[in-house]
Design a protein around this ligand. Structure first.
Ligand code: GTP
Ligand code: MG
Ligand code: NA
Length: 347
């Protein structure tokens, strides 16, 4: 199977890690948003989802272009990125996020190393055989760190004073041992001897922006090579309800990750509910503006039809008791309604 620009869908990327490792701030840096500033206590408490278009990726990876694809070209149409909370009580959301994604970013605070929810996240990813890239975040906190956003982080590390490099090595060596205790081999992305055996690690600072281009470039590179065979666009509907939310003026809505296929206003949908499957009709399809997180915006674009891969808010009647974490189906006939109701009850 040879993938081309026309056959590859956007990969779904989930961001996982311990509380305050910097997951939301990394996404803010990529999107040029300020979601983290507005979170209560600086703690993420729900899933966030963002449609990141290709032009953002092209712009944000210009210092790391040599990494991208053996063809030297961008083939994926964009990214659907899902942010998850790191706080211990949100295990279900980390599990939901990791079950949806094609590839994950595991964020590790370089000063703290592996922590309880880092290890929990690793177990989720290994159990599901989900590939992941490690962001070794907060490198700006290393002694004497000198930032340079114009260069790939490999060169930025080389340019540091020797005492800064020593501090990096010390933290890095400790973290390698911590990963080894979890049974994982890790290597810096530019020294990775074999990506099938070693997880790549990208030093980042969400605060200064160092390494962000390299991290995104690694995601693109991995998506277009190792992952490409899993990323074919198909017409068969594949959609999951991520969040159920009451929105002023819209009533209860569902946020849906549409992986494949399409959804149209007027479609008859079946979703899981607290008291059994719910059958309703799509009244409105709302897409957040590019690079805006669905949980953080009230600026939506109304669509008649959307195609995978993206996050979309659906307004419809009778969604009050719907359940997150379950698939969404479309029924074209009466028989299909019964069939999909049954499918949902079997989950
Ligand atoms: P939860 O979603 O609550 O699990 O946290 P999170 O992983 O999303 O971390 P968040 O983005 O909320 O960042 C936590 C704190 O770390 C905030 O005060 C950020 O400003 C800070 N922070 C994030 N990234 C960096 C970084 O690269 N360097 C420094 N110095 N601080 C950072
Ligand atoms: Mg967060
Ligand atoms: Na936080």
């Amino acid at each position: 199977l040879v993938q081309t620009k026309d056959t590859l869908r956007a990969p779904v990327i989930c961001v996982l890690g311990h509380v305050d490792a910097g997951k939301t701030t990394i996404l803010d840096n990529l999107r040029r948003t300020h979601v983290q500033d507005n979170e209560a206590g600086g703690i993420t408490q729900q899933m966030g989802a963002t449609n990141v278009p290709l032009d953002t990726i092209v712009e944000r990876t210009k210092m790391s272009r040599k990494l991208i694809s053996r063809q030297g070209d961008f083939m994926i149409p964009g990214l659907l990125i899902i942010d998850t909370p790191g706080h211990a009580i949100f295990q279900n959301l980390r599990s939901r996020g990791s079950s949806l994604c094609d590839l994950a970013i595991l964020v590790v605070d370089i000063m703290n190393g592996l922590q309880a929810q880092t290890i929990e996240s690793i177990r989720l990813l290994i159990d599901r055989q989900t590939p992941f890239i490690i962001a070794l975040n907060k490198i700006d906190l290393l002694y004497g760190w000198k930032s340079n956003k114009e260069k790939d982080v490999e060169s930025v590390l080389e340019e540091q004073d020797s005492f800064t490099q020593d501090h990096f090595e010390k933290r890095y060596d400790e973290i390698i041992v911590q990963f080894a205790k979890q049974g994982l081999n890790v290597a810096l992305y530019y020294k990775n001897p074999n990506p099938n055996e070693y997880y790549s690690m990208v030093p980042t600072s969400a605060r200064s922006g160092d390494g962000m281009g390299s991290l995104i470039a690694m995601i693109i590179e991995t998506s277009q090579t190792n992952l490409a065979k899993h990323l074919s666009y198909t017409n068969e509907l594949q959609a999951t309800v991520m969040e159920v939310k009451a929105i002023h003026g819209l009533g209860t809505t569902i946020d849906v990750a549409l992986i494949n296929g399409c959804l149209s206003v007027g479609d008859k949908i079946i979703v899981g509910g607290q008291e059994g499957p719910i059958v309703t009709q799509i009244r409105r399809l709302l897409i957040p503006e590019s690079n805006q997180e669905l949980r953080d915006t009230n600026q939506y674009e109304n669509k008649d039809k959307v195609m995978g891969t993206c996050v979309v808010k659906i307004a419809a009647k009778d969604l009050e008791k719907s359940l997150a974490g379950l698939p969404l189906f479309i029924a074209r006939t009466h028989d299909e309604i019964d069939y999909f109701k049954n499918e949902i009850e079997l989950i």
